[in-house]
Design a protein around this ligand. Structure first.
Ligand SMILES: [Fe+2]
Ligand SMILES: [Fe+2]
Length: 209
């Protein structure tokens, strides 16, 4: 392995640190980078384009997308550091039950109906939900499933943010926005109580990736 590819102890990303606030292009909000600058592949998660102006009713779902993208980053990081796949899967299992599946359900019940079942974007999004659920629930070839989740969940979220939600914003009536706002409340995200933070490179520990 070339020296430039190695993470030196002095450069090892630290545990969660305070970072200057920045604008998240996914949820359109000012927020701290919760994982530390060096730990976050910012080019892929936060884009430098102007944020999409998101309707208030859809903001909670967009915030959930932000955490979905962070999940993808954590999986990527775990795979890169050769963390035992079962440890990563324990976390993705917890995340899917607490956050992701309720998010899919909210989209299917309150957001996609604005465009209707026959809309090609809705059809694609629904097919991706089914595919992602199969990958999250898969009990064999775990590493392969995690790698596909990381790739496909990120694509799915970007598709919803850039295409589906924009279409919904153009098509929804004030009554439909009101309905979405009334029915879906974002579940406040926290994984503070999750002990096995496999994605964090411990300070001073030399890791060759
Ligand atoms: Fe979705
Ligand atoms: Fe979504």
């Amino acid at each position: 392995m070339e020296e430039k590819d190695q993470i030196k102890p002095t450069e090892a990303a630290s545990e969660v640190r305070k970072e200057p606030v920045k604008l998240c292009n996914i949820c359109g909000e000012l927020r701290n980078n919760p994982l530390g600058k060096k730990n976050l592949d910012e080019k892929r998660i936060m884009e430098k384009k102007k944020p999409i102006k998101r309707n208030e009713a859809l903001k909670p779902l967009s915030r959930e997308h932000h955490h979905g993208l962070l999940l993808c980053w954590k999986i990527r990081q775990g795979i890169k550091m050769q963390v035992e796949p079962k440890r990563i899967k324990s976390y993705t299992d917890w995340f899917k039950n607490k956050y992701l599946y309720p998010h899919f359900e909210a989209e299917e019940k309150f957001v996609f109906p604005v465009l209707g079942d026959e809309n090609p974007f809705v059809k694609k999004a629904l097919a991706e939900h089914r595919r992602l659920k199969r990958l999250f629930d898969q009990q064999s070839e775990i590493l392969k499933a995690l790698s596909l989740i990381e790739e496909e969940l990120e694509k799915h979220i970007r598709f919803e943010e850039r295409v589906v939600f924009n279409e919904v914003q153009q098509a929804a009536t004030p009554g439909q926005f009101e309905e979405i706002e009334k029915k879906h409340h974002a579940i406040a995200f926290s994984d503070d109580t999750w002990d096995d933070k496999f994605w964090i490179i411990k300070r001073g520990v030399k890791t060759e990736v």
